[in-house]
Design a protein around this ligand. Sequence first.
Ligand code: HEM
Length: 413
Amino acid sequence: MVSSHHAAAFDGPYDDTSWAALDLADPAAFVENDPYAYWDRMRRSEPVRRHPPVGGRPGFWAVARHRDVQDCYKDAARLGSARGTVLDVLLRGTDSAGGRMLAVTDRPRHRELRRVMLRAFSPRVLRYVEEAVRQRADALVAAVVGAGEADAARDIAEHLPLNTVCDLLELPAADRPSLLEWNKRALSSESAQDDPFDALEARNEILSYFVDVVRERRRRPGEDVISMIAGARVQGETMTEDDLALNCYSLILGGDESTRVTTIGALHALGVHEEQWRRLRTGEAAVHTAVEEVLRWVTPAMHFARTATVDLRIGDAEVAAGDIVTLWNISANNDPEVFEEPRRFDVGRQHNPHLALGHGPHFCLGAFLGRLELSAVLESLVRRVDRIEVLAEPPRVYSNFLFGHSALRLRLD
Ligand code: HEM
């Protein structure tokens, strides 16, 4: 049995100097240190903090309280996304997809593009996807039950997100193995040793694949989502093939890692909190509240970032136009002003306004799909599994953006 508290694996509480010295831009920051103790300390001492410039990089603001993070998400007019929404990107320059890919676009273009992209989530499309997701999740869980040691990542979590987006975009089964392979390479920059050029090359493979698909569906439009989006107008013009490809890819980008680590996190949390698993399994707590609690508990996207478009006040801080502002979901989701006993994993938690999927105009476009994938896995577990046994402390993802585990050895009986 493995300890149920993340904190147990980390160093103890921060003293005054170690707290202020932690470099939030360092991917190792929260692999080596306890994030929950850090953010507790920060919310109490300096809830909107100016992070100093380090090693030639610009400084930036870090926002920790639930209330402030939520207000910032809503304030898209003064806190823009077009320069980029991930700290690492903003510290190095600007996002090359800015103004073209939905997540990194500001209004008025964002609003129109979002309306078009929402066509991918029409009831007709979702009905078809929903059934496929349930069947796939159930088959994956069924194959692991009673089969001895398994890896939650390799045997379950990895197969759901990309296939779901492929279903959504009606991509042929024959193309999926290459997409999966490219996508793995494109994301591998998460570990310290990986080659960034290989990742870039893989990303270009995916983009040119989507350019081909877009061309084909423009030539012979069907009833599918890509054909619908390809014919739509944004600010009076149809989108270029490159922009269409980029936005198709963004559905993979947005959904893959976040859903994968949340699924792994769900299995881990239910494995180590036996009482919570019992409540879920016996129906004492509902799958939908468990899904929300898993999202809060894991908070796979630790932060999202914005750039101030004008001078503004956040809490007590004076933020200047052009400043980078980071919104720490992981802190907001553990704010005791909003969540009772935040470090208690409670599958029946009733008041749970977590920000794991963001908030406001950029609220996760794939929220329905992400929740669907998670509930499909939980429903299947409830149906088929008595005991979830975690066999080893899982390895952490090396990132200051993504929080979670990259693998998880377990046994389902
Ligand atoms: C936006 C989290 C699943 C596609 C976001 C945002 C968050 C988030 C926090 C807001 C970003 C911001 O404000 O800058 C998550 C989590 C997921 C998940 C935790 C799963 C557990 C998905 C899936 C898809 C997806 C399955 C695609 C099918 C997107 C897109 C946006 C977005 C396209 C940009 C929306 C916009 O800017 O208008 N997601 N997401 N996400 N997500 Fe998700």
